[in-house]
Write a protein that binds this ligand. Structure first.
Ligand SMILES: [Zn+2]
Length: 270
């Protein structure tokens, strides 16, 4: 597709015949999303210079060690993040993926984002590799607590059932990914006809291995990103730009295609 300004994407953007044909034939489409998908909503990355919160880096707050050492500090940080995230809205990328879910026989989102924006937008099949900031649980008995219950309590929230410490249901540094979410993600990657990696740097493992897994099992691999990543050279198609514009243009193109004769690999060859 070559280089062009991300701003060049409009609802009339051109997509390759190969990509449109693969999507027209696809029964199972998987979208794999990262921070870039939430960026347009204004979700702060908590990385880099603006990631410093009270002189602490995320690595120093998002771990079990940090939590056991100073639960009040870690909770102050999460209360701040929870309020920020509750105040923002899903964007065009999230909406486009909701529409895609309605277009294909099978569709799944695998997300590394914890902001819950896919579900808030209306997506149904969402595998959350790094947890969900709207959920919490007791580290002693596992009882879940809503954000409302947690934020109502001053200081460090406690479990009403056993008095144990309550933590956010997000994956911290040094922790394993939730097994059920990972297993479901691997199954989806291995069954996908088209796998679209969107707004993810492709460097956080094991999540970053999913696109390659999909490709090895025969999926057509698409990457949507403002900049090339380590995944780009393996992608069958690289769509360069911010995801909101590209994904809404793609969905508009697919919807338009539904009214015309179906585009298939065969019709391209003939
Ligand atoms: Zn408990």
């Amino acid at each position: 597709m070559g280089a062009f300004a991300p701003g060049a994407w409009t609802l009339t953007a051109e997509f390759s015949d190969r990509l449109l044909a693969r999507l027209a034939d696809a029964k199972f489409v998987v979208a794999f999303t990262g921070a870039g998908v939430s960026a347009e909503s204004g979700v702060p990355t908590f990385r880099g210079a603006e990631g410093i919160w009270k002189k602490s880096k995320p690595e120093e707050l998002a771990s079990m060690n940090a939590f056991m050492k100073n639960p009040a500090l870690v909770w102050e940080w999460y209360a701040h993040r929870k309020k920020l995230i509750a105040s923002i809205q899903p964007n065009r990328s999230h909406t486009a993926l909701v529409r895609m879910e309605q277009m294909f026989q099978q569709f799944a989102i695998i997300t590394q984002n914890i902001d819950n924006l896919h579900r808030r937008a209306g997506s149904r099949t969402v595998y959350e590799l790094h947890g969900n900031i709207e959920r919490n649980y007791c580290i002693t008995c596992g009882r879940p607590q809503t954000n409302e219950e947690v934020l109502r309590q001053p200081g460090v929230p406690r479990c009403p059932a056993c008095g144990g410490l309550v933590r956010p249901d997000v994956v911290w540094f040094g922790e394993f990914l939730p097994e059920d979410q990972w297993d479901a993600s691997v199954r989806a990657a291995e069954s996908a006809d088209v796998f679209i990696s969107i707004g993810t740097s492709g460097v956080v493992y094991p999540a970053a291995s999913l696109p390659v897994m999909a490709k090895l099992r025969g999926a057509f691999l698409v990457e949507v990103n403002p900049e090339p990543t380590p995944l780009t050279e393996r992608a069958d198609e690289f769509l360069q730009g911010a995801s909101g514009g590209i994904m809404s243009a793609l969905v508009a193109r697919l919807s338009a295609g539904k009214s015309g004769p179906p585009l298939t690999e065969q019709s391209l060859q003939s």
